[in-house]
Write a protein that binds this ligand. Structure first.
Ligand SMILES: N[C@@H](CCC(=O)N[C@@H](CS)C(=O)NCC(=O)O)C(=O)O
Length: 224
C-alpha cells in the first residue's frame, strides 16, 4: 500500500508459510513478512519499510510535517500494528475454525484437493472447543474503537489532517483481517470475522477502506 501511495514501481513475491520463510530469513535475518528488497537494502517490519520509502520518495509524504499531526499518525499506526493486528489475527483464526467456507477460502489455491477436503470437513463440534484468543472485553473495546473510526471517516477521508497518511494505510491494511477487500479476489473478498464484517455500524469503515484501496490503485499507476 505504501509503495502504491508513493507511486513507486515494485514487484511482489508471495511467501508460502513455513518453507517460504527460509528465504525470508536468509535475506532479512528474521522470518516475518513483509520485507522490502531495494537493491542491496533489505528491510523488515512494515513501519521501518514505510519510513524508509517516505524518506526515499519525499513526494506525497506519509508522515505529516506538522509535529502534532505526525504524533497522531504515529499513535494510530502503532495501535493498528499492535492492538488491531493482534485482535484481527485472533478473531480471524477463531472464525476460520468455526466457518468451513472461510477456512477453505483462506487455503492456498495450490493445495491438493484431498487435503483441502480434509481441512474443510473438520468436525464443528470438536473445533468449537478451540479457546478464544482475545477476551470478551477486548472484543468489546475493539468494536467501540472501530465504531469511533467509522464515525470519523464519515466526516473526512483522512484519519489525520487533510491528506493521506501512514495512519490511513496502517488501519486500512489491518481491517482486511476483519473483512477482506475486493483486491483479495474470490473467494475471500467480502468474507471475514462474523459480527464485524457484517456489522451495520462498521460498514462505513469498510467502505472507506474500499475507497482507499481504489484510490491507491490510481496513485500506483502514476509511477514516478
Ligand atoms: N511488526 C511486523 C509484524 C509482521 C507480521 O506479523 N507478519 C506476519 C504476517 S502479517 C508473519 O509474517 N507471520 C508469520 C510468522 O510470524 O512466522 C510488521 O508490522 O511488519
Amino acid at each position: 500500500m505504501v509503495l502504491q501511495a508513493k507511486g513507486l514501481s515494485y514487484r511482489t513475491v508471495d511467501v508460502t508459510p513455513g518453507l517460504g520463510q527460509v528465504d525470508v530469513f536468509r535475506l532479512s535475518g528474521q522470518r516475518q513478512v513483509p520485507i522490502l528488497v531495494d537493491g542491496e537494502t533489505v528491510l523488515a517490519d512494515s513501519s521501518v519499510i514505510a519510513r524508509y520509502l517516505d524518506a526515499k520518495q519525499p513526494e506525497r509524504p506519509l508522515v505529516p510535517v506538522d509535529p502534532q499531526q505526525a504524533a497522531q499518525v504515529h499513535v494510530i499506526e502503532d495501535w493498528a500494528d499492535t492492538t488491531l493486528a493482534r485482535a484481527g489475527r485472533s478473531l480471524l483464526a477463531k472464525s476460520a475454525v468455526l466457518d468451513a467456507d472461510l477456512r477453505l477460502a483462506l487455503l492456498p489455491n495450490e493445495l491438493p484437493e484431498p487435503l483441502r477436503q480434509m481441512i474443510g470437513g473438520l468436525p464443528g463440534g470438536w473445533l468449537q472447543s478451540v479457546p478464544e484468543l482475545i477476551s470478551e472485553s477486548e472484543r468489546t473495546e475493539l468494536q467501540i474503537t472501530l465504531e469511533h473510526l467509522a464515525g470519523l471517516v464519515q466526516h473526512s477521508d483522512w484519519l489525520v489532517g487533510e491528506a493521506q497518511s501512514l495512519a490511513d494505510l496502517a488501519v486500512a491494511a489491518q481491517l482486511s483481517l476483519l473483512r477482506f477487500p475486493a483486491s483479495s479476489g474470490q473467494p475471500l473478498a467480502g468474507k471475514g470475522v462474523y459480527g464485524f464484517s457484517d456489522h451495520p455500524r462498521l460498514q462505513p469503515l469498510f467502505q472507506w477502506r474500499d475507497r482507499l484501496e481504489l484510490s491507491l490503485i490510481q496513485q500506483g499507476s502514476e509511477v514516478f
